[in-house]
Ligand binder design. Sequence first.
Ligand code: SAM
Length: 348
Amino acid sequence: MNSQQPASPAEASVLTDMFARTISYLRLSLTDRCNLKCMYCVTEDEKDGHLVKLGQDEMLTYEELLRVVRVAVEMGISKLRLTGGEPLVRHDIMDFINSLAAIDGLDDIRITTNGVLLEKYAQGLIDAGVAKVNISLDTLRPKRFAEITGVDCFDQVWRGIEKALAVGFSPVKLNMVVMRDINDDELVDFARMSQQMPLQVRFIEFMPIGTSTRWNTDTYMTSDEIMERFTNLGELIHLERRQADGPARVFKLGSEARGTLGFISPISHHFCDRCNRLRLTSEGRLRSCLLHDEETDLKGVLRAGCSDADIRATLLTAIQNKPKGHQMAQRLKEQGADCHGRMSRIGG
Ligand code: SAM
């Protein structure tokens, strides 16, 4: 924490929260729909097909999203990430991204995708100025890919990764959610890939979110345990933190490696004290902590015919309500997982 005592609201500057953290990063979940059904992301009711996805009118329209982003950028947001669900499945997505890119003062737009449609959209994204991509990839084995995601399209995703590299995305980050006895036997293969390809391969601790729950204390692996698997592979060189690294601790596996390894440890080494994020869920709610269910309704405000000042006030309320930390490790010990948000609506 920068400060043990919360600042009084009067002292807090516009986009500084109650714990002196500067909030500069907005993540937009553009839709809760996805063309994959990853076992760690879907909830039980989604898997059984009982969950009704959001209707078009329940999601914010592109006009509403553009308005919110414009106001947020005027207030000090400088980095935006498009996520979902799968952001690339929303209709007319490139028109929206081109309009976003035209917002004055917004120079850093990134995207998180499962890669299924990346081969198709990579060049358009680069042309729009979206040059930083995170791609989810939890296995290098096509058959296992189909088991984890419910869709047999590993080759298509791999072509998307190759296309992202070919058209000049930088960095290209691969996100692997590590699950014991599901894909942890591939940790070494992923680490070796970072030696051969100019990628940042990131190992994400499996989070107990939603009612999905393949999560349990056996499937969950800490970053420290993941890192131990690499002790015989070569020297893990710790790299200095750069802004583009986000919450990851970044290493190089040997000085000759073309890429890097990142460890994202929201539970075992949480980064709440430097969290600069605000999330807008696909149903138009502001969520100030991924692992806390408290949210602020922005859609209701927008649809009540609000002014830009009302949007500013709602953004500020969400920021002022940002908790000091999620204490997930402690909560898990005391009462088990209790974060009910759906990842596809929150956007990760
Ligand atoms: N469809 C896009 C994708 O697959 O990257 C964006 C949405 S996805 C919800 C965003 C990120 O959340 C992905 O990197 C995914 O692996 C991660 N994620 C989803 N559920 C998770 C969980 N229970 N624990 C850790 N990461 C999770």
